[in-house]
Design a protein around this ligand. Structure first.
Ligand code: F0G
Length: 466
């Protein structure tokens, strides 16, 4: 395949391009974010071809091996490979069978949050091999890392990125490092990084501090040779676009009215925006869904920038555009002066300096989006509701359902509209929060307390209501 992809700066003022085979953390000219941008000319795509691939049979090997068409078609990411054609040779794609996730129609939960039956869908990204949506991005970033011969990869993480990085690192034999904030990680996630064998550095600081350190090392210390795997890496976002392709697939290629997603570092919402912009340009969809990005009240930088400060994206040329960079700088300076730190029970989104903020503004513009923030108590309550009426999720993921409910109450989402909430991580990622909710002194409204019983048949039967 000839190369039809470049890396391009998102700032319309700059718009510099760089070859796809370079390892870059940001635009070397102006330090803004980069996109993977494609020349789509001559490409003809149809949903039917992706549907057909879902039935391909053949051997499905592991990441060390050369990828076969059967392996790629098995993957919920690479089944859509024509929509992320940055890789050179199909055989070099790194896949571990990621992205085989489920869109569940959740009628009971729809009723609770005020939507008509058949209108609430939950996209369970916790069903990925490492238990979160991150595998969608890692498979793409590892493919790029392998393309350019990276020997060492690293990330800062609140947990899920490190778990995904570690499993891909181990299976591909690429040395990996994870930086996590001391005490800022749920045990379910820390245990994965350790089990998968990543070199794990617990830094005395939070996620924002970890990311700034590893970014510095990746950019300023080429002697260490680190390939950065955080979502500032545009190849990761290419993989995360496929979450939306699977939502469409689950709806038989119909576009929902709303996509609701939690926002932390804002990689997902950015990827979703790019996915829909491209699908629209390619003629694969006729209308755009609306986007709702839901943050935690204790880490609501996008909410402040978008709703309080009114900062917006102005599109200028394709994917490029402009935004009030000075307003964001001023807001960060204010946060520094006030020593504001992110704080939420949803540790996965406990992030105050979201690196993808300008791309999130682009997504909000393209998808006529809204942003809301939800307090911790409400997040945990909705986590319990997803558990009660669905397959469960981790706290950060439940922000999406809580946000959808708030938007229904506000009348922004109409009861008859079709809503897809993205559940980003698995229930078992943060069992401490779950058990505290059900058993703690301040157990919540939907608590399901275990019943303590003596080892006595009559007492047991009584407790069973028999
Ligand atoms: N949900 C979960 C379960 C996450 O792990 C994350 C991010 C998010 C939502 C936020 O997604 O950054 O795309 O807005 N977790 C990162 C990590 C930061 O290190 O695992 P985003």
């Amino acid at each position: 395949m000839t190369e039809r992809a470049v890396q391009r700066c998102i700032s319309a003022r700059c718009g510099a391009t760089f070859p796809v085979r370079e390892s870059l953390v940001a635009c070397p000219r102006c330090n803004n974010l980069l996109d993977v941008d494609y020349d789509w000319s001559g490409i003809k795509l149809s949903w039917e071809m992706f549907t057909r691939r879902a039935t391909t049979t053949g051997p499905r090997n592991t990441a060390g091996a050369e990828a076969t068409p059967a392996m790629l078609d098995f993957s919920g990411v690479w089944r859509f490979r024509d929509l992320l054609p940055f890789y050179g040779d199909e055989r070099t794609i790194v896949t571990i069978g990621e992205g085989r996730t489920n869109l569940q129609r959740a009628d009971q939960l729809a009723k609770v949050i005020g939507l008509a039956p058949g209108n609430l869908f939950l996209q369970y990204e916790g069903f990925n091999p490492s238990g979160s949506f991150k595998d969608n991005g890692m498979t793409a970033a590892f493919t790029h890392a392998r393309m350019i011969g990276a020997a060492r990869v690293a990330c800062a993480s609140t947990g899920n990125t490190s778990a995904a990085l570690a499993v891909f690192g181990t299976l591909t034999g690429i040395k990996c490092f994870v930086f996590i904030g001391d005490g800022k990680i749920a045990y379910g996630k820390l245990s994965q990084a350790l089990d998968y064998g990543a070199t794990t550095l617990q830094i005395a600081g939070d996620f924002d501090a970890c990311l700034s350190r590893i970014r510095h090392i990746a950019e300023k210390r080429p002697d260490v040779g680190i390939y950065l795997m955080n979502s500032v890496n545009p190849f990761r976002l290419e993989g995360q676009k496929t979450i939306m392709y699977r939502v469409l697939e689950g709806l038989d290629w119909e576009v929902p009215d709303w996509v609701v997603v939690p926002g932390g570092n804002l990689g997902n919402c950015s990827a979703f925006g790019k996915a829909f912009i491209e699908l629209h340009a390619l003629g694969l969809i006729k209308r755009m869904p609306r986007l709702a990005v839901i943050q935690a009240s204790g880490s609501r930088t996008l909410d402040r920038v978008f709703n309080d400060l009114g900062v917006r994206w102005t599109p200028e040329n394709g994917l490029r555009g402009s935004w009030d960079e000075a307003a964001i700088d001023r807001e960060y300076a204010r946060m520094d002066a006030a020593n504001e730190r992110a704080k939420t029970v949803a540790t996965a989104i406990e992030i105050n300096r979201p690196v993808n903020l300008p791309k999130a503004l682009r997504a909000l513009h393209a998808m006529n989006g809204v942003v809301r923030a939800i307090d911790d108590e409400t997040i945990v309550e909705h986590k319990a509701l997803v558990g009660r009426y669905g397959f469960g999720c981790e706290p950060a993921s439940a922000a999406s359902v809580a946000g959808a409910r708030l938007l229904v109450q506000e009348g922004v989402i109409k009861p008859g509209e079709r809503v897809a909430c993205v559940l980003t991580g698995h229930l078992l990622k943060d069992p401490d929060v779950t058990v505290r909710y059900h058993t703690g002194e301040t157990a919540g409204a939907h608590a399901n307390r275990p019943i303590r019983v003596p080892d006595d048949l009559d007492a047991i039967l009584k407790a069973m209501g028999a």
